[in-house]
Design a protein around this ligand. Sequence first.
Ligand code: GDP
Ligand code: ZN
Length: 429
Amino acid sequence: MTDTIAALASGRPPAALAIIRISGPAAFAVVQQLAGRVPPPRRLSLCRLHHDGQLLDEALVAVFPGPASASGEDLAELHLHGGPAVVAGVLDAVTAQPGVRLAEPGEYTRRAFASGRMDLTQVEGLADLVSAETASQRDQALALAGGALGRLADQWRDRCLNVLAEAEAGLDFAEDEADVAERLDEAARDQLADMADELAALIADSARAMRIRDGLTIAVTGPPNVGKSSLVNALAMRDVAIVTAIPGTTRDAIEVPIDLNGVAAVLIDTAGLRDTDDPVEAIGIARARARAASADLVISVASAEAPQWTGDGALRLLNKCDLAAPDVPPDVLAVSATTGAGLPALRDWLSHWAHNLIRPGEPALLSHARHRAAFADAESALGDAAMASEPVLRAEALRAAAHAFGRIAGRVGVDDVLDRIFSRFCVGK
Ligand code: GDP
Ligand code: ZN
């Protein structure tokens, strides 16, 4: 990789500031060309940027020599005024320099991974961090980006390799030392049993980790006209900034994200799950139906005008309590989507439920299906190792387990997943 890449790393102009990043062997030559000097490393210096005798901007410039930079290469950042003409002019001037081209999405991070600056879990953590919408998602992403899972997987790999070394030592014993080999074998089996227990617990906890990342699903069910959509909207109103209607739904948003006191959740309005002739919409609806069927919580809604609940939701609501005041069973929450009565209590209930379920304060490490799959492969290989009838087979299985753990940090066997992981990044990251 000898070319140098450049991209706008900040949001779309106009904005107060715009940051252009340049990474690769020509990065500092570009700065020299535009700014007339290369300022001292790792601090912001005020520079006037020129191209073809034209002043483009007065900018803050920082240079980070590789390999101790975010990309692992020589890296420059130009902090510009965020107007469209400034950004376009500087980006043109930068990419006009020899050996410089525009970056692909995620290419800086890809270079950091290739140069060993980051392991694959840290890459995933960074992608999660950029898309984190709630506090618990952010905390989890920061732990991942900080390398917590990569270190854990490496420890597990080392443990496998240690048992493997012992198993291989056992292979060398002569006939008359069979009792020594037998004792070693027994010790290995004990270790493998302990490891299997620990692994099973870790894998079991991955469901919680994935829920923190993907959000809890809450299906809102009930007969037509009881106010399901109104409730979903009323609950989401406090999070106007992150409400996004799923495209293809004309009447109601089917899935509405909400933030339950730092925990991400998605409200699924089953009233929006109607039949449709539009194939694209039908795919979305089929997906939402499946998600509602396996929801973490089902809310069953009835109207105060006819207080009967269909289905068996874990939480029963009586809506429209502004219209009538019938006696309600103690486990039913009375609300009004119209007046907002009872909604704070409903939010409290949902927050407590969410926090009890996923315990956001406790670190949960296997937050991606990829992590879970690799740990599950390792678990089954360790099972094979424990059951192996011969030392040679045990060694073979232990090597497979070590390989599975090595995939976590991206040390081995990840070529097939790299494109998918890096495709989550935007240009400039
Ligand atoms: P859905 O079919 O269950 O999704 O019900 P909608 O949310 O579409 O509401 C049906 C009708 O009930 C609409 O006219 C709403 O304005 C009305 N509605 C919903 N919630 C309340 C409420 O709490 N009080 C009153 N008075 N009307 C409500
Ligand atoms: Zn509706």
